[in-house]
Design a protein around this ligand. Structure first.
Ligand SMILES: [Zn+2]
Length: 90
């Protein structure tokens, strides 16, 4: 919020009015959702076994831990997932 507040300080009065209109019409919400979805689609994580990059939505996922504190690991291949499971089993 600090960055947004600083950005607003540098905006002209007319730009602030336009921003207010966009806010009231819900345009800001839809722009935010769109940008977040774009970022998530391009997000890359690293396989915890071999450190290969894995694009969001690809690879194999394992969720574990307490339901209130779920952890998610993403693997690039089934062999890395299998290796990980074997390791934590021991
Ligand atoms: Zn891997």
């Amino acid at each position: 919020m600090n960055k947004l507040a600083k950005l607003m300080e540098s905006m002209t009065y007319e730009d602030l009015l336009l921003l207010q209109k966009d806010f009231e019409r819900g345009n800001l919400h839809s722009i935010l959702e769109k940008r977040i979805k774009e970022r998530q689609a391009n997000r890359i994580t690293l396989c915890p076994v071999c450190s290969s990059p894995v694009k969001e939505g690809e690879g194999y996922h394992l969720q574990f831990g307490d339901p209130s504190l779920r952890k998610k690991a993403t693997f690039d291949g089934i062999d890395c997932l299998q290796y990980f499971l074997t390791k934590i089993k021991k």
